[in-house]
Structure formats: C-alpha cells, structure tokens
Design a protein. Structure first.
Length: 262
C-alpha cells in the first residue's frame, strides 16, 4: 500500500508517537480503565470454541499482553512508541500500525484495544491486519466511537467560543458505530460485527480527566490542531461547564467493539 496523500491525513503521526513516548512513564495511572476496556474486548474469546496459540497485541500499553498470556496464548506486541512497546514484556517491536512489518499468516489472533483511532488509513491498516492473520484467524478491535468524550468536546467548544469568538478542534473525531462493521467488510473480513459498550466515568476532581488523557497518550494529535498556547481561562472554564452528577463530572467512553474473521 502506498503512502497516503498528506492532504488526506487527519492525524499527525509524529505527534501521536511523541505523546505515547511521553505517556509510557505514566500510563500505569490509567491501567484500570485500559484493563476494563481490554477485558470487555477479550470476553469475545469466550464466545468461540476456537483455540488461539499465537496473538499480535497492537498498542496494548502493557495491559493486553498479560491478559492474553494468562489465557495461555503466545504474544507478540507492537506499538508506534518504542517506550510504550517496552511495557509489554516478552516479544515486542516498535512498529507503525499503518506499515506493519509482519509476514502473511503470522498470527491466529490479533487484538487491538483502543489503539487504531489515531490511524489515518484505517481501512488500509485493517487490510494489513487481515493479511497477517492465518486462515480462520480472528481480529478483535475496539475504537472510541462517536459520543466518546462528548461532554468534554461540548464544554471546550462552548468555552472557547465565549473567550475567543471561535473554536479550534481539540478532541479527535471518532468513528460512527454504524460504519465500523462496514470498515471490516471493506477490508475483507468475514462475519464482521460491531457493537457498542459504554464506560461511564465519574470525576470528583475534574482536572484529573485531563491528567488521565495525557497519561494514556490521548492528547490532541490532529494535523490541523491550533498550535498556539490556548487562553489561560479555557480549560478551567470548560471543566467548570461539565455536567454534574452526584457532585461528580460524568464522562462517557463509547467503545465500538469489532470482530472479524480472516
């Protein structure tokens, strides 16, 4: 697959790698949320009688690989960030999800838990993952879907509009759940399925939301992001405008959970 026209790129992949490199020292602080998402994804393995022996963990941030090994599965891990890849233990490699280095038919299971949403050419990445699977191999992937961080997106947009008269994109665009199964089908997967799982988090300390996004390597990497220092009042105003539930700020993570067979 050729390199995409830079004009079509939504995400700055160098920024994604920098954010993940920086987050590698702090990601353990959000391991509970990452593990919850990974366990929900791996629950799909209990719905099949297939035995999986060799898996590829794509961007698991030190959480997915141990869960797979606990199931008796040999794991190779990859991550765009060398520092993040090192957290997985065992066999690991720094690799770009858009240009995977694995030979055809290398794995009978691929797990990508919350790791493909910063990819510019998602259909191309899914095709590469399918080619890396053995016949009748399984892909399990989860993506943040439309609605994720909706509370924060609205609060930032409204606060910046008041402060500056406009608003820069500060939260990544997310896929519509309805499109996810079609993406798998387009990439050549059989029996493509996509369904939604919601994780609802409540924050007593609203600033902790921003700290956790940074710790997970999930800060803004849009190519068209505003690179100027934001107004000092922006984030305090946006956090104060978040809705309140029992004295806490609710934040929604809507996961599109995708399964497809090679």
């Amino acid at each position: 697959m050729g390199v995409m026209d830079p004009g079509m790129e939504v995400f700055d992949r160098r920024a994604v790698r920098r954010h993940r490199d920086r987050a590698a020292c702090h990601v353990s602080g959000v391991s509970d949320v990452l593990r919850d998402a990974a366990e929900r994804l791996l629950d799909r393995l209990d719905d099949t009688t297939r035995t999986f022996r060799r898996a590829l963990d794509v961007g698991g941030r030190g959480v997915v690989a141990p869960l797979l090994r606990a199931r008796g599965i040999e794991v190779v891990s990859c991550d765009l960030s060398p520092a993040m890849a090192a957290l997985n233990g065992g066999l690991r490699v720094a690799a770009d999800e858009e240009f995977l280095p694995f030979a055809a038919h290398s794995f009978d299971l691929i797990v990508a838990s919350l790791s493909l949403h910063w990819v510019n050419d998602l259909p191309g990445a899914l095709i590469q993952l399918r080619l890396a699977l053995r016949p009748e191999g399984l892909l399990l992937a989860s993506l943040p879907a439309l609605g994720t961080l909706g509370e924060l997106r609205r609060a930032l947009t409204e606060a910046e509009a008041v402060l500056t008269g406009g608003a820069a994109p500060r939260v990544s665009p997310f896929a519509d759940l309805r499109d996810c199964a079609a993406l798998l089908q387009r990439a050549g997967f059989a029996l493509p399925v996509a369904d939604a799982e919601d994780l609802r988090l409540l924050y007593a300390d609203r600033l902790a939301l921003l700290r956790e996004l940074r710790a997970a390597g999930e800060t803004n990497a849009l190519r068209e992001r505003d690179r100027r220092v934001p107004p000092r009042a922006l984030f305090p105003a946006a956090l104060a405008a978040l809705p309140e539930e029992a004295g806490r700020a609710p934040v929604t993570l809507r996961l599109a959970v995708m399964t497809g067979w090679a």
